[in-house]
Design a protein around this ligand. Structure first.
Ligand SMILES: CC[C@@H](C(=O)O)C(=O)SCCNC(=O)CCNC(=O)[C@H](O)C(C)(C)COP(=O)(O)OP(=O)(O)OC[C@H]1O[C@@H](n2cnc3c(N)ncnc32)[C@H](O)[C@@H]1OP(=O)(O)O
Length: 254
């Protein structure tokens, strides 16, 4: 299975489990994430959603290029990008606090998943970045829109997107993207992080999330996310994008 789910004492952990592909997202991962989000939307026993990756090397390396390189045209790309764009919008607007437990590299769409979460806890060895620019595309799952809403200084957010390179954990903390950088066991780091929050009644958490979401609705977040998806889909069909993906896939085979 490409993922596993653990629900313990109201802490629901979704782990992408494709270490051999650096936890790249395929349709199975998307469907699994959708499943946990729907569960949380329709049940009230979950207090926190935690997203992480299997192993220590990677949180998530973005979309699975070995699968998605088959998508050639803008419309084909829009189908995949809008599917995940919709899932990440639901993640970003979930009624419980969400935590990206970043156990290793988070690049491309992996960085978008993390940015759609409320909190980012980053292992000291992990590097994260919106590297989509190196593939001649922009972020295509809404991550750019979330980044500009996360309270980072505008110049830092913009630079992170247009640098298109992975940043070290300390820099991610300095610019305000990472809330904490941790050493050692990720579950220990998670437990320390939620220790106080979990003593507070869940209805309080849900009420604060709703206050934030009201602001997002007023700012037309959904429409902006879908515009971002469309922008990426347009770039997707370019020669430059297909050549960059081919280069990555053939390099891996050598
Ligand atoms: C599609 C949506 C779009 C968006 O909207 O944001 C994106 O996500 S675009 C971004 C896609 N992601 C990438 O371009 C990242 C590509 N991967 C890498 O740069 C590196 O693999 C890594 C993540 C930095 C890890 O490097 P390293 O630890 O050195 O591992 P390898 O490079 O040797 O990879 C091992 C293995 O995994 C395969 N792999 C890695 N990432 C992907 C991926 N995104 N899709 C498919 N396969 C991936 C890689 O090909 C290797 O396979 P083998 O050669 O068969 O072992």
């Amino acid at each position: 299975m490409a993922y596993h789910i653990n629900n313990e004492a109201g802490i629901l952990t979704f782990t992408i489990d494709r270490e051999e592909k650096r936890n790249a997202v395929n349709d199975e991962v998307m469907d699994g994430l959708k499943k946990v989000i729907t569960y949380i939307q329709t049940h009230d026993d979950v207090r926190f959603l935690v997203i992480t990756g299997a192993g220590e090397k990677s949180f998530c390396s973005g979309g699975d290029l070995s699968v998605f390189h088959a998508l050639e045209t803008e419309e084909q790309a829009f189908g995949m990008l809008s599917k995940m764009g919709q899932i990440l919008y639901e993640l970003a607007t979930l009624q419980v606090p969400t935590i990206a437990l970043i156990n290793g590299t988070a690049v491309g769409g992996g960085c978008e998943i993390a940015t759609a979460c409320d909190f980012r806890l980053v292992a000291s060895h992990a590097k994260c970045g919106f590297i989509q620019g190196t593939l001649a595309i922009t972020s295509g799952w809404g991550g750019g829109t979330y980044l500009f809403e996360r309270g980072l200084r505008h110049d830092r957010a913009l630079k992170m997107l247009i640098d298109a390179k992975p940043y070290e954990a300390t820099l991610l903390h300095d610019i305000g993207w990472a809330m904490r950088v941790f050493e050692g066991d990720k579950m220990e780091a998670l437990n320390v992080f939620i220790e106080h929050m979990r003593k507070i009644h869940p209805s309080v958490h849900r009420a604060y999330k709703e206050i934030e979401l009201r602001k997002w609705r007023e700012r037309n977040m959904y429409e902006r996310v879908m515009e971002e998806v469309r922008t990426c889909a347009k770039l997707w069909e370019s020669e430059a994008h297909h050549a960059a993906v081919n280069h990555f896939l053939t390099k891996s085979k050598k």
